[in-house]
Unconditional design. Structure first.
Length: 473
């Protein structure tokens, strides 16, 4: 264009425009080059300073490396002796290779470390040996619970089949019954009878699917689901997992947990249960699942279809009397300090006479201890009459379970303990006054009869066995 123009002034003007464009372009390129050089130099400078700091600390003997090699050795040591599935082993090797090349300052370092920590802590191939003795299992179940024959017979059937097969397979049982009949507490007894580890979690009010299936690893604070947490805690692939309050499971905008339980409680699918966090199949087929519920109406049909339902009815008067005499009264007496603590509490009869000596506080001075030891005498026996227990059940506690009965028995034991301590303090005070004859501790009567029941638990809640005593209105 410069050559095509006519006249020297026009050629100079055109040449000047071209020179200005080239000057602006070169200035822009120079600016970009300077910015890139500054950015690269800052990273290089940071890298050089870090390397120099490492060398200085190493020379001073204060070398604190990122510990990646130690963590790698720790993860490999955890896997020794475990039968890791092929798919899981491949995933662990890939993550370890990636983890070894990550810088500690990177955001993915901690995420990968936590993931490898969970993968290597899982009990791959580890399981506890099942107890295949029917007599021993029955003794353990009868020791802790009275009645519940349907549950005990089902556990005996499970052990009998396992004895013939050589191993007890995982099952899904659902105990349905009113509150206070022992659905939750019998879970630990079943685990002890089978010789398995025990883990319990409640799904009452649960509304997040991630509590069952786990979170995605990309989320902040991600964790596996409850089942993976249970396996990591018990370090056994065949524990007894008690899922409590399965009829009160919630449903929110974050999904339906009841539907998430379908895969877990399906015997044909839980052999390769997929947790969102681990993202590898986990074998849950050897886990014995025991669910508890008060009613089956609120349990979804597909979920209920996967469980074997065992219905537990309430206790009648005679059964409640036996439970109170064999379990509630002895336990409450020992909790209140009226009976001595023994290793085998169930072997003690509730009417047994016990004569423990008065306890001496360890915080007292040596003079006070010796003085207290001189006046230590045998405590009077504390007991509750059988007629009083029967009246307590008939006129105060008519619910299907024994939870309210346990509260009333504990209330009676607390009042007996209060009487004992007041009488002992009163006797100690009278010993300081020689002119008064001290009251002896063994003269105190701690026997609750039917006539004294009102003094301990108040007026009866129920006054008649019939709704209408006379003619119907």
């Amino acid at each position: 264009t410069v050559l095509e123009t006519e006249g020297p002034s026009e050629k100079l003007r055109a040449a000047l425009e071209l020179v200005k464009k080239e000057l602006e372009l070169s200035q822009l390129q120079q600016k970009i080059a300077i910015q890139i050089e500054e950015k690269v130099s800052s990273h290089q400078r940071e890298f050089m300073l870090r390397e120099q700091m490492k060398m200085i600390k190493k020379e001073l003997g204060e070398d604190k490396s990122d510990g990646t090699d130690k963590l790698m050795d720790k993860f490999k040591k955890r896997l020794e002796g475990k039968t890791v599935p092929k798919e899981v082993q491949e995933s662990i090797e890939q993550e370890m290779e990636k983890f070894s090349n990550l810088a500690k300052e990177s955001q993915e370092y901690q995420t990968t470390r936590n993931y490898l920590d969970w993968l290597t802590m899982m009990p791959w191939g580890a399981h506890s040996e099942d107890t295949l003795s029917l007599i021993k299992a029955r003794q353990i179940l009868d020791r802790d619970h009275y009645g519940l024959n349907d549950v005990k017979e089902r556990i005996q059937e499970l052990i009998a089949v396992g004895s013939l097969r050589g191993s007890v397979q995982g099952k899904i049982l659902c105990l349905v019954g009113p509150p206070g009949v022992g659905k939750t507490s019998i879970g630990r007894s079943i685990a002890e009878a089978l010789g398995r580890e025990y883990y319990r979690f409640s799904v009452g009010g649960l509304y997040d699917v991630a509590e069952i299936k786990g979170h995605r690893r990309t989320y902040v604070g991600a964790m596996p689901g409850k089942i993976v947490q249970a396996l990591k805690k018990v370090q056994s692939s065949n524990p007894l997992v008690l899922i409590d309050e399965v009829d009160k499971i919630g449903r929110g905008h974050q999904g339906d947990p009841a539907s998430a339980l379908l895969e877990l409680l399906d015997p044909s699918q839980n052999s390769s249960f997929m947790d969102h966090y681990l993202d590898v199949p986990v074998d849950c087929s050897r886990i014995l699942f025991v669910c508890t519920a008060n009613v089956t109406d609120t349990i979804p049909g597909p979920l209920l279809d996967r469980m074997e339902v065992i219905r537990l009815s309430g206790y009648d008067l005679q059964e409640k009397v036996r439970i109170a005499e064999d379990y509630l009264v002895p336990n409450s007496m020992r909790e209140a300090g009226l009976w001595p603590q023994v290793e085998s509490e169930s072997s003690k009869a509730p009417e047994e006479v016990v004569e423990p000596t008065a306890a001496v506080p360890s915080s007292e001075s040596s003079e006070g201890v010796s003085k207290e030891a001189e006046v230590a005498v045998a405590l009077p026996k504390a007991s509750i009459d059988a007629k009083a227990i029967e009246s307590l059940i008939r006129w105060y506690c008519r619910e299907a379970g024994v939870r309210n009965l346990q509260k009333q028995v504990e209330k009676i034991c607390r009042k007996l303990a209060t009487q004992l301590v007041e009488h002992r303090e009163k006797g100690s005070k009278q010993q300081e006054e020689p002119e008064k004859a001290p009251e002896r501790l063994e003269d105190l009567e701690l026997h609750v009869t039917e006539d004294k029941l009102k003094d301990y638990v108040g007026k009866p809640v129920f006054l008649s066995d019939r709704l209408y005593e006379g003619e119907l209105p």
